[in-house]
Ligand binder design. Structure first.
Ligand SMILES: *Cc1c(COP(=O)(O)O)cnc(C)c1O
Length: 457
C-alpha cells in the first residue's frame, strides 16, 4: 500500500504545554477583558495568535547560533547571511534590520515622500502604516475575487493588472515603486502566480517603475507556484525563488515568518542607488550596516533558516498541516476563507454566529468562545481590528469579520490540529445559542485590538 504522509523532521526538544479547566478560563478571560492579547501565554493550551516569530528552530540553526560572530563591524555572521540571501534571490545589497517593519521604515525613509502613491496587492498593515505615516497613499490593486471567501481559485493573492495600469497612467510621477506582497497576507495568505509577477514586471518596465516584493512568506508562495502553476512541477523551490526575485528590484523581509527565526528582518536589492540611499537610515534607526538590528548569532540562524525553508519537504510538511486542518473543518461544515492559505485558516465568523449583531463583534465573540471551549488562542481579523473611520469615528463594518488560526512553523502536530477542529466544532454546534457578543468598555484611538477592553453582553 502507499505509505501515508509524515513530517520531514523528528523532535529533539520539547516544551510542555498545560491544559486548564473551563472555570479557570472563564476567570482568566474576564480578567483579560475578553481580549486574547491580554492573556498570559501559560493560560493558553494551543497558541494560534500568529505564525510570526513563533516557529521552532532546527538543530542546525541552534548550532549556527553558537558560531555567531558578535563583532561590531564586518562580522562573519553578516557575510553568511548576505551570501545566503544573494544566492537565493540574486540581490547583491543586503541591510539587516530587527524585523520586517524596520526594513520598511529604513527603505521607505529613502523612497516614499509626501503625496506619493504606492500601488500593490493588499498592503500589510505595517507597510500601509509606513506609507500613510509619510502622508502618501497605499493603493490596493488586488483582484476582486480575493473578497469572495468561498471562491476556490489557485492564486487569489494576485495583482489586478488593469487596476495597476490605470494607476500607473493616472498617477505616473507620483509613484515611487510598485509593491507586491508574497504571499498576500491580508487576503488570507493567498499566493501570487509567477505569471502575475511577470505581468507586473512588464507593466513596471513599460512605465519605468521599480518593483519591491514584501517577502515575508516568499517560500510558501514558491511552494504554491510549484504545486499549482503549470510548468513548475519539476522545478525546485530554490529555482522558483530565484525566478520570482528576478522579477523584482528589491525586497523587504520579515524573517519571523519564512526565515523561521524568532526575530529578524532585512532589505535586499540589486539597485546600488537604493542601498546607498537607505544605508544612512539603517545607521540612524537600526545600527551599523553589518548588523542592523540583529545579533551575530541571529543572523547565522537566519541564514540557515532561509536555506532550510526553501526545501520542498519542509514547506510540504507545513502546508500539508494547514490543509489537514482545513479538511477537518470541511468535514464539520465550518466555513472559512477558501482555499486554505499558506500560514493560516480564516474562519468566517459572520457565517457562523449569525445571531450576534455586527455591533457586538461576531469574530471577536468566536475568538472568545474558542478560548473558553479549549484554551485555544486565535486572533480576530475583523471589525475590532478595522478600527474606526478617522473622520466619522464610526466602526468600520465594510470588510470581512474573521477568526484567524495561524499555524506556527514546526511547533504543533496533527493531533493538535484534531483538538483545534473538535473544539471549533463544539462551538459551531451550539452557534444558535450564542445570541450576544461583546461590547467595548475602553479603546485606544488607533490599533485598538491590542489593548481594547471588552465586556460580555
Ligand atoms: C509580518 C509582516 C510584515 C511586518 O513584519 P514584522 O517582522 O512583524 O515587523 C510585513 N509584511 C508582511 C506581509 C508581513 O506578514
Amino acid at each position: 500500500m502507499e505509505l501515508p504522509f509524515a513530517e520531514s523532521w523528528k523532535i529533539k526538544m520539547v516544551e510542555p504545554i498545560r491544559k486548564s479547566t473551563r472555570e479557570e478560563r472563564v476567570q482568566w478571560m474576564k480578567e483579560a477583558y475578553y481580549n486574547v492579547f491580554q492573556l498570559r501565554s501559560d493560560q493558553v493550551y494551543i497558541d494560534l495568535i500568529t505564525d510570526s516569530g513563533t516557529g521552532a528552530m532546527s538543530d542546525h540553526q541552534w548550532a549556527a547560533m553558537m558560531m555567531g560572530d558578535e563583532s561590531y563591524a564586518g562580522a562573519s555572521s553578516f557575510f553568511n547571511l548576505k551570501e545566503t540571501i544573494t544566492r537565493l534571490t540574486g540581490f547583491e545589497y543586503v541591510i539587516p534590520t530587527h524585523q520586517g517593519r524596520a526594513a520598511e521604515n529604513v527603505l521607505f525613509s529613502y523612497l516614499v515622500h509626501e503625496g506619493d502613491i504606492v500601488p500593490g496587492n493588499s498592503h500589510f498593515d505595517t507597510t500601509k502604516g509606513h506609507i500613510e505615516g509619510r502622508k502618501a497613499i497605499a493603493l490596493d490593486c488586488t483582484v476582486d475575487e480575493a473578497k469572495n471567501t468561498q471562491l476556490e481559485l489557485p492564486f487569489k493573492g494576485n495583482v489586478d493588472c488593469a487596476k495597476l495600469e490605470k494607476a500607473l497612467i493616472e498617477y505616473a510621477d507620483r509613484i515611487p515603486f510598485i509593491i507586491v506582497t508574497i504571499t498576500n497576507n491580508t487576503a488570507g495568505g493567498q499566493p501570487v502566480s509567477m505569471d502575475n509577477l511577470r505581468q507586473v514586471r512588464e507593466l513596471a518596465n513599460k512605465y519605468h517603475k521599480p518593483v519591491i516584493f514584501d517577502s515575508a512568506r516568499f517560500a510558501e508562495n514558491a511552494y504554491f507556484i510549484k504545486t499549482r502553476e503549470e510548468g513548475y512541477a519539476n522545478k525546485t523551490i530554490k529555482e522558483i525563488t530565484k525566478e520570482m526575485f528576478d522579477l523584482a528590484d528589491g525586497m523587504t523581509m520579515s524573517a519571523k515568518k519564512d526565515g523561521v527565526v524568532n526575530m529578524g528582518g532585512f532589505i535586499a536589492t540589486r539597485l546600488q542607488d537604493w542601498y546607498d540611499g537607505a544605508k544612512g537610515y539603517c545607521v540612524q534607526f537600526e545600527g551599523y550596516l553589518t548588523y542592523g538590528g540583529m545579533n551575530g548569532r541571529d543572523m547565522n540562524a537566519l541564514a540557515v533558516g532561509l536555506d532550510e525553508n526553501t526545501e520542498f519537504d519542509m514547506l510540504h510538511t507545513r502546508i500539508h498541516q494547514v490543509e489537514y486542518l482545513a479538511k477537518k473543518l470541511d468535514e464539520y461544515g465550518i466555513p472559512y476563507q477558501r482555499p486554505a492559505g499558506g500560514h493560516a485558516l480564516f474562519v468566517d465568523a459572520s457565517k457562523i454566529l449569525t445571531h450576534v449583531p455586527k455591533e457586538e463583534f461576531p469574530a471577536q465573540t468566536l475568538t472568545v468562545e474558542l478560548y473558553l471551549e479549549a484554551g485555544i488562542r486565535g486572533c480576530e481579523i475583523g471589525y475590532i481590528l478595522a478600527d474606526r473611520d478617522p473622520v466619522t469615528r464610526e466602526n468600520r463594518f465594510g470588510g470581512l469579520d474573521l477568526l484567524r488560526l495561524a499555524i506556527p512553523r514546526r511547533v504543533y502536530t496533527d493531533n493538535h490540529m484534531n483538538v483545534i477542529a473538535a473544539a471549533l466544532k463544539n462551538v459551531f454546534d451550539r452557534r444558535e445559542s450564542i445570541t450576544r457578543g461583546v461590547g467595548i468598555v475602553w479603546e485606544a484611538p488607533l490599533m485598538r485590538h491590542f489593548t481594547v477592553k471588552l465586556e460580555r453582553l
